[in-house]
Design a protein around this ligand. Sequence first.
Ligand code: FES
Ligand SMILES: [Fe+2]
Length: 447
Amino acid sequence: MTRFALKDLIDDRPEDGVFRINRAMFRDEELFNLEMRHIFEGGWVFVGLATQAENPHDYFTTFIGRVPVIVSRDGEGTLRCFVNACPHKGVRLVQKPCGSARMHVCPYHSWTFDSAGANRNIKWQKRGCYGAGFDQENHDLAAVAQFGEYRGFLFASLNADVPSLEDYLGEARALLDLVADKSPEGVELVPGRVRFTYRANWKMQLENCSDQYHFTSTHPSYIRILEQRAKEKSDDVVEASLGASDFWQEGAKGVTGGTFSFDHGHVLNWGAMGVSAASPDFERAEEIAGRLGEPRRNWIFNMRNLTIFPNLQIADNASSQMRVIRPLGPNLTEMQTWCIAPRGESAEARRFRIRQYEDFFNPTGMATPDDTVCYEEAQTGMAEQERGWLQGHARGFTATQDGGNPFSDMLGMTPARNVVADAQLCDESLFQSYYKAWAERMAEVVQ
Ligand code: FES
Ligand SMILES: [Fe+2]
């Protein structure tokens, strides 16, 4: 148990129209350690894409909370996930972010493991004068308790006592389908990983991905450049577009987007976009409609920011980004980001996707630095002790409805809650899903 009571951290009183989060959630060291143990190391987290270890003996390394892990495709082609620590003295076995190796040799005393995690050599074992107890011990790498794949997205849990991956992802699976279904061959990462840290709590990133409210305030320079580019285009160049009029249901005119919230903390915020050449997926528009039907095709062309709690975010708009959040401390977070793209797209579409990616998503682009500066400024402001409660989780409270709407029906998906929005609603009530999931995972220690 901690010195905190849940009611002092999350003020959830729907009957009074109140949902508030205490600043302590963003800065407290004890809470951070409990989050690592009970959220990141206590349940499902995203570890990577199956295509990151495509061929036998390919591997990549990452972390589940504080624990280093290796995802390796063994010689038979089966993906496995191990704790990336040598059983001898606990040294991290593999240091590289990715590669291909039939054998992994520990840098400290050369114990050797194959790509299936089996110990294949203990240096000078015969001369080691080991007792019978040592011989009876298992010297292989420790497999994580749970490891699963959904449409090429790999998840793992250090805790065996978790729902099935299918149940954990729940209805939000339909949104991963939209990413995977862009190509019949699935998706891949464009070579080139970006890794950076920001000096603020991991939940700043968690919220920002689904924060529509900040966009016009935080990114005016990006918006001005887009406006300028549009002006420079000659009037007679009309961007190719297929239109998407039947995307809209009767009575939904004026809807510019909305949000969906799911069990276990997953959320989506979305904006209606036409099926136009402004998207690098346009070359596939007809093919996708033929394969999946028009409603799903039109959904693929919508702006979508998806969070799979607690550490995976996929942003799909002018380009497409996969983000993985790794908390390092209450005031420090590591982000790893990639451009995620349909396999088999033309060189021209790929080039367009990467150029638009650089524009907006890269740390050198016109959006990410704006956001991370705001996270760090927020962290500075969170030092205030007198007034604990933040006021950033209340917008959209009265617009929230249980279940789905015609837009989720198009995907055959039933979220727990939804908001249908006009341009200025900018729902913040979807953040509540994060904190409901937070409370569930921390229930043992914060009550
Ligand atoms: S720690 Fe790995 S061989 Fe000693
Ligand atoms: Fe932003």
